[in-house]
Design a protein around this ligand. Structure first.
Ligand SMILES: [Fe+2]
Length: 386
């Protein structure tokens, strides 16, 4: 048994704990707070609260508020310049995965030369300091508060690529489920299902290890039980709290195992269709994807499918029980009728999207439990578009 375990993030988890920002030691004197271009962080008063709490300990703030739901490289570069000009010495991501991921990428670019894409594509090595990152998630799904990964899209090349180095782990994450009660019903479902697939894929990846297995079964168990409740009644704090924990746990899975090619395929979909929510793309791909793995090489996945089915409350006597449990969960969170055609994706694009998933995120295919080729990917994607 060989494994590495490294998650250097201080995680402060629990209802109402945002207020501790007034006292927790911050890694600098001036923060660039990164939020999305929607109005929710201002309208819900979260931005003001964070600014005031930090003021109490003498930390100044600057705000970058342009991040898109599928964040883009241009904004990373623009915000890094803002941070440089304002002499910010740490970055706070406040919001969903897009704000926190962008914060990590900005942290890389404040002191390092060139473009962000130079580092994503391996054309340049990080030589200068990466600024410390504080993550304050207001949604439960990406788990980015507990992993080093950031996913940014280059709109010129239609590439949506994950990147991360040990320095992009947040130094501190404040996970307060009370901040999540305002997430609308559909987004709660999309984001929670993203966390679910981080767990399921991390459990199936050929680099899974004892710690990621433990976290994955825990996250799938919690999400199967509590995500439908959180979707049904967003003010149910107990459900929100369990879903938030499952999402953070799934972030830890990203740090100890990995996503597999379902995420490559989804990134291809949302690189071409940036309005498609990541979780919606994953839900649409999931039944064709997991069914295809089972059909192609049953022996490689059957034991793990049965374990996942059991974690989700099925008897798990046969691997098909996992597909059954997955369909039930998708229905229970109100996404049974989700169709990719709603976002304008057409069946004749499956091959192009499959090719993009290999070009942009081919590395995840190497971690699949069952080897997939471009033909397999096109078949899965076509199944998801129908
Ligand atoms: Fe994801």
């Amino acid at each position: 048994m060989h494994f590495d375990f490294y998650i250097p993030t201080q995680i402060i988890f629990g209802r109402g704990r945002l207020k501790e920002l007034a006292d927790i030691a911050m890694p600098g004197k001036k923060a660039l707070i990164v939020i999305t271009n929607g109005h929710s962080m201002r309208n819900l008063g979260y931005l003001d609260r964070v600014v005031k709490l930090l003021e109490e300990q003498g930390v100044e703030c600057e705000v970058f508020d342009k991040v898109l739901p599928n964040p883009i490289e241009k904004h990373v570069m623009e915000a890094a310049e803002q941070a440089r000009n304002a002499n910010c010495d740490f970055i706070i991501g406040l919001g969903g995965g897009s704000a926190i991921d962008t914060a990590k990428s900005i942290a890389v670019m404040v002191k390092n030369p060139g473009t962000y894409w130079d580092y994503v594509k391996g054309r340049k090595e990080i030589t200068e300091d990466v600024l410390p990152v504080v993550a304050i998630p207001t949604t439960a799904g990406t788990g980015t508060e507990a992993d080093p990964w950031t996913v940014i899209t280059n709109t010129e090349t239609n590439e949506k690529i994950g990147f991360g180095v040990p320095e992009t782990f947040p130094l501190l994450a404040v996970v307060d489920p009370e901040l999540m009660v305002s997430v609308p019903q559909k987004l709660t479902a999309y984001q929670g299902m993203d966390a679910f697939f981080h767990a399921a894929e991390g459990y199936l990846a050929c680099i899974a290890q004892p710690i990621s297995d433990m976290l994955a079964l825990e996250a799938m168990r919690q999400l199967s039980r509590y995500l439908p409740e959180a979707v049904e009644d967003g003010s149910n704090l107990q459900a929100r709290e369990q879903v938030a924990w499952a999402s953070t746990a799934a972030g830890m899975i990203e740090s100890t195992s990995s996503c597999i090619s379902e995420h490559s395929m989804e990134h291809a979909l949302s690189a071409f269709y940036p309005d498609l929510p990541h979780g919606a793309g994953l839900v649409a791909l999931s039944v064709p994807y997991f069914s295809h793995l089972l059909k192609k090489d049953r022996a490689k996945v059957e034991m793990r499918y049965m374990e996942m089915a059991r974690a989700m409350g099925e008897t798990g006597k046969e691997p098909e029980d996992f597909i059954k449990a997955l369909k039930k969960l998708i229905a229970a969170v109100g996404l049974k009728d989700l169709r990719l055609s709603e976002w304008g994706i057409k069946a004749d694009e499956a091959e192009k999207l499959a090719a993009n998933s290999f070009e942009a995120m081919g590395a995840l295919y190497d971690l699949d439990p069952v080897k997939l080729n471009a033909g397999d990917a096109a078949e899965i994607i076509a199944g998801a578009i129908r």
